[in-house]
Design a protein around this ligand. Structure first.
Ligand code: FMN
Length: 402
């Protein structure tokens, strides 16, 4: 394969987010840590790399393959996180789940809770950004704001908050809650994040009198290390979800296995942010199956998905997504997605030789994505192979500086 340098490794949009952060004026030194930090997600790499869903049984792949799967155990979590950290990856994104998907293998039925997971992983790593995902209906804003600030201190400015408004009815039922109507979820989320942002940034105590949340004499100390606030991520693809991301998030996740469709979604999100007078980074997700030959990679992918895929779990997941009024894709698309759900929650399928995977990632960057959160059937061997064989080629292609 001919390697050409296609990107110079800088991102105007993200640098400008960082510059805006540096201009923020804070007047309460007592509440501030010594030095603001530049979050890894705001670095200059043209294509950020993350690990997705490593904290849940089976990760993102719904298959009966047993070897090397996520259990999860803590030593396994540490090994994966440290492999990414040592190689300079930008972020770790867990899945906030409370119950499994059922079917033959009950994927995701064991999970580490994401804030405590993020605290432990942050303490065990040196430079990678560690995200936690908060379900708006399940976390009091002040609790989430303080957990985030605490983890940001543990890692000296490496925390990121992924805000999800809830969709999974069986999970919400475990808390005795029902999902509000789709768009109301985002009205609740709007107040929730507004209160959190105020807690992170305001110097004086304040009262908050919203429709869904109230607070009296609220304040937060110590403030987060990242100023003005930790990185905020959001993953809704419905128009309402995108608008929420456009108003509040530094990065929005958009997910589709088809690069043309992904490009449209990425463009749509950026336009919505522009309309708000903001810039937003875009991230996506993908599953990697890498081998020395294309035939070998395809054979293993088909083995995991077509031969040993947990189609019953995929059907459950699709039913739950539709039942929970998840509007990331049209309903017909969800229904046709069993294979994509098995391969990795409907994300990109990066299957081939190291060179072919880099070629696809060049296309992913061209689709407007600033980064990709990856998963594997076997995370530990997958990330080791990626670091050894794919990462150097990404540098050669100009997608990363290291
Ligand atoms: C990358 C990514 C990660 C997500 N992580 C979680 C999660 O951990 N827990 C969860 O309940 N929903 C998660 N979601 C679901 C979304 O946050 C969102 O609620 C869902 O896509 C429906 O929103 P929409 O109808 O606005 O598109 C995730 C979605 C994506 C794309």
């Amino acid at each position: 394969m001919r390697m050409i340098r296609v990107f110079d490794g800088t991102s105007a949009a993200l640098n400008s987010i960082q510059r805006r952060s540096e201009c923020w004026v804070t007047t309460s030194p007592a509440f501030l840590p010594e030095a603001p930090a530049v979050a890894p997600l705001r670095n200059d790499n043209a294509l950020k790399l993350g690990v997705f869903a490593m904290n849940c049984k089976g990760g993102t792949t719904l298959t009966k393959v047993e070897s090397g799967r996520i259990v999860p155990t803590w030593p396994q979590q540490l090994a994966i996180a440290r492999a990414a950290d040592a190689a300079g990856w930008e972020f770790l994104l867990p899945l906030a789940r409370w119950r499994g998907i059922g079917g033959d293998t009950d994927p995701n039925s064991a999970q580490f809770e994401v804030f405590s997971w993020a605290a432990g992983i942050t303490a065990a790593t040196e430079r990678i950004q560690v995200l936690a995902t908060a379900h708006v209906p399940l976390f009091e804003p002040l609790v989430a704001a303080k957990q985030a600030a605490t983890i940001d201190h543990i890692g000296h400015g490496r925390f990121g908050l992924n805000v999800v408004s809830g969709w999974n009815a069986p999970e919400m039922a475990m808390f005795g809650k029902a999902n509000p109507p789709h768009d109301e979820r985002y009205r609740i989320a709007e107040e929730w994040i507004t209160l959190i942002e105020r807690l992170w940034t305001e110097n004086d105590q304040f009262d908050f009198d919203g429709e869904f949340f109230q607070a009296k004499n609220a304040y937060l100390a110590p403030r987060p290390v990242q100023q003005p606030r930790p990185v905020i991520v959001q993953a809704g693809s419905s128009p309402t979800g995108m608008d929420f991301a456009a108003r509040h998030a530094d990065f929005g996740f958009q997910v589709h296995p088809d690069l043309g469709k992904l490009r449209d979604m990425n463009t749509n999100l950026r336009k919505r942010a522009e309309q708000q007078g903001r810039e937003i980074g875009v991230l996506t997700v993908g599953t990697v199956v890498c081998a020395d030959t294309e035939a070998e990679a395809k054979r293993y992918f088909e083995h995991c998905v077509d031969e040993l895929g947990d189609f019953a779990a995929a059907q459950n997941l699709i039913d739950e997504l539709i039942g929970g009024d998840n509007r990331s894709w049209p309903r017909e698309q969800f229904r046709a997605m069993a294979r994509g759900m098995i391969a990795g929650w409907g994300g990109l399928q990066l299957v081939g030789t190291p060179e072919q995977i880099v070629d696809r990632l060049v296309e992913v960057k061209r689709s407007g994505a600033d980064g990709v959160a990856l998963s594997w059937v076997d995370y530990e061997s997958g990330i080791a192979q990626f670091n050894e064989q794919v990462l150097p080629l990404l540098v050669e292609a100009g997608l990363r500086q290291s």
